[in-house]
Design a protein around this ligand. Structure first.
Ligand code: CA
Length: 250
């Protein structure tokens, strides 16, 4: 009886212990497998993250490269547009030139610009209505004045119109007159002529009571006295003079 009881006790103690030892080993294996799997997955995830990071960097580089290329292309387009604009403007100018050329070819020749311009020798000469007129700065006798004018290719002035006489008055008028020899002489016969043309004087502008002396005053001056009119004077007095010649037409 006592042996049976011991057997039963041993059976109870050993019988449930064996299955329990098998379950623990299985769980450990599963856990180890899971841990291994987890480690593998984590390794794979880390590798994938590295690949993703590399891909992102590559994408960023490509994006930056594309943006730079786009900027370069945009700049090239801008330059090209500017060149096109310049060429367009040049083309428009060329068209205008061509139109102008065609018009000039089809048009009758233009009337030549007038070249008939009166010219006097220099600054000392005054041009007036086709005449070149010189007012002397020196005072000499009438004969010397005549020679001076001939030296200049001119003659003592012929004042044969009121218009010319008025021109002289405007130039010479002074409070007490500003007498100048001109080309009138009378040779003592009271018949006044223009020396350079030997023609009788027609238009006159004598001062009152002039000409006054048929014996000694045989030369004509203009702008005598306060009225700036004509007077007969002694030909040997030193006075300023006025030369005249036709303006050159070129
Ligand atoms: Ca007189």
């Amino acid at each position: 009886m006592q042996q049976v009881f011991v057997f039963l006790i041993l059976a109870c103690v050993s019988s449930p212990g064996t299955p329990k030892s098998v379950d623990v080993d299985t769980d450990d294996d599963v856990l180890t497998g899971l841990e291994k799997k987890t480690l593998e997955l984590e390794t794979q995830i880390a590798g994938l993250k590295t690949e993703i990071c590399a891909l992102e960097m590559k994408m960023k580089e490509e994006r930056d490269s594309n943006q730079n290329q786009l900027k370069g292309v945009s700049a090239n387009v801008s330059d090209t547009m500017k060149v096109v604009g310049d060429h367009t403007a040049a083309l428009a100018t060329l068209r205008l030139d061509i139109d102008s050329l065609i018009q000039s070819v089809n048009s009758p020749p233009p009337t030549p610009a007038p070249t008939d311009v009166s010219v006097c020798p220099g600054d000392d000469w005054v041009e007036h209505n086709g005449h070149c007129i010189l007012f002397s700065s020196e005072s000499v006798t009438w004969n010397t004045a005549k020679v001076r004018c001939m030296y200049y290719g001119a003659h003592l002035m012929v004042v044969d119109t009121e218009e010319l006489n008025t021109f002289l008055k405007i130039r010479l008028r002074a409070p007490d007159g500003n007498s100048h020899y001109v080309g009138g002489i009378d040779f003592g016969q009271a018949n006044w002529i223009w020396d350079s043309t030997n023609t009788e004087i027609g238009y006159t502008d004598w001062r009152i009571s002039q000409p006054s002396n048929g014996r000694t005053e045989h030369c004509l001056v203009v702008c005598s006295g306060s009225t700036c009119q004509w007077n007969d004077v002694d030909c040997y007095g030193n006075k300023k003079y006025i030369c005249q010649k036709a303006a050159v037409h070129g």
